[in-house]
Design a protein around this ligand. Structure first.
Ligand code: MRU
Length: 337
């Protein structure tokens, strides 16, 4: 499996996800501003992965002796929807506060160790999500996924793809349908590539084919990741997830969300309060720089949508599987240490 992000003596090294699958290129961020730019430009993307990147960015900022609030604010302003970004920055802030008055060398040592620890924990969390979710995947069927919630979207193994990997490891005969995920094509470029590398049988479909295949009886379940989950179980995830969830419900196909506890935002009572990132029009009007629409056409490009909890069969976390009523089940999982 590829290394998504790594702390090295030269800086934070990331695989450039804007160039996959055509080129496997690594980018080295030597400053916190370069990490912030990498998050903003989607060199690294996926909720848990940008959390790890932000933590490493904070550690770089401390090494640079930059103003701490400026470092945290710069990283926090990169992308608004995935709560893991803010969760990771808050964790680094709390550690910094606990080290008030510590010698600079100790501060650097502890902050870099914490960022590396967040990465290590994320891999273990994804493996636990995989173990908890594998039993839900029907043997001998196809699993539909949307966007990329794989090793590339995390520090390794993945959330939704972690569930698929664990089901395969448990000996289940499954194959995967990957939605291409317009406009950024995370499904075509990243999920299809990642699963192919692992030898997991994968079929790429365009987003508008999902209903057709959900109706066919071939799809045993849908598994997707999440960027933020509200207290009532509403799920923000890549644009198009909501349509898949409604089509899954209509066709009696279970719709599972796989996400770490750090994706829960119980401060928000409903998904309507989740900030939705709006991305540049060019992502819609062009494909790899080639115009596919009339010049000057009005465009909307929300990067995420919210799937109401009513469409979510279960939320698979590292601490167990939550089901409705989510106000209760998510709070119980959150309380577990
Ligand atoms: O815009 P992206 O590529 O960062 O969006 C990613 C997703 O929507 C993923 O499904 C989500 O972050 C979960 S990743 C484990």
């Amino acid at each position: 499996m590829v290394e998504t992000i790594e702390w090295t003596p030269d800086g934070v090294v990331m695989i450039d996800q804007t160039r996959l699958p055509r080129e496997t290129v690594y980018v080295t961020c030597r400053t916190y501003v370069e990490v912030a730019d990498a998050i903003k430009t989607m060199i690294i993307r996926g909720a848990p992965a940008i959390g790890v990147a932000a933590a490493m960015g904070v550690a770089l900022g401390v090494m640079e002796d930059a103003d701490f609030d400026t470092v945290c604010d710069t990283l926090a302003r990169t992308r608004p929807t995935a709560v893991n970004l803010f969760w990771a920055i808050d964790r680094m802030k709390a550690l910094k506060a606990s080290l008030a008055g510590a010698p600079r060398a100790q501060l650097i040592e502890r902050m870099t160790a914490e960022a590396k620890q967040i990465k290590l924990e994320d891999v273990a969390i994804c493996e636990a999500i995989g173990r908890n979710g594998a039993a839900l995947v029907p043997d001998g069927k196809t699993v539909l996924t949307h966007c990329n919630a794989g090793a590339l979207a995390t520090a390794g193994y993945g959330t939704a793809l972690g569930v698929i990997r664990a089901a395969v490891a448990a000996g289940k005969q499954i194959d995967v349908f990957a939605d291409e995920t317009r406009p950024f094509l995370q499904g075509a470029r990243l999920t299809a590539w990642e699963l192919d590398q692992d030898g997991i049988p994968t079929t790429l479909i365009t987003d508008n084919m999902a209903g057709h295949f959900l109706r066919s009886g071939r799809i045993g379940c849908v598994v997707v990741g999440a960027d933020r989950i509200a207290a009532n179980g509403d799920v923000a995830n890549k644009i198009g997830t909501y349509s898949v969830a409604v089509l899954a419900r209509e066709n009696h196909v279970p719709f599972y969300v796989a996400a770490p506890i750090s994706t829960l935002d119980l401060t928000l009572s409903s998904g309507d309060l989740i900030p939705i990132e709006q991305r540049p029009a060019a992502e819609v009007t062009q494909v790899f720089g080639v115009p596919v629409a009339p010049e000057g056409i009005r465009v909307e490009n929300p990067a995420f949508d919210v799937t109401p909890a009513a469409y979510v069969t279960a939320i698979i976390t590292e601490r167990g599987v939550a089901r409705a009523p989510y106000n209760q089940s998510l709070r119980e999982l959150m309380k577990q240490a």
